[in-house]
Design a protein. Structure first.
Length: 94
């Protein structure tokens, strides 16, 4: 669960800092990755904490891709690219 830690108004802009304990999610991903999947259909690919999804969206918006929204083909493609990156391998379950 995300918890808002700090909220402040700065020169007319709202800045929110959030915190999410992701240790349980990462440990669950490790456990799932070590178990065989029954089939390729409906395969569990990843479990991604909401704070990381928000970070990825913010990075895309900072690049100028302000039309990107959660869900949809463009969002799915962005998530697939991120999960293919070795830096994010701990989010994958298979």
């Amino acid at each position: 669960m995300s918890i808002i830690r700090n909220l402040r108004l700065n020169a007319g802009a709202l800045i929110a800092h959030t915190f999410q304990d992701v240790e349980a999610i990462i440990e669950s991903n490790k456990a799932l990755a070590s178990e065989p999947q029954k089939s390729d259909w409906g395969r569990h690919v990843a479990r991604i904490p909401l704070n990381i999804i928000n970070q990825w969206l913010n990075e895309e918006w900072a690049r100028g891709n302000t039309s990107l929204k959660m869900a949809g083909p463009e969002f799915d493609a962005m998530v697939a690219r991120k999960l293919a990156d070795p830096d994010w391998r701990y989010l994958r379950t298979g």
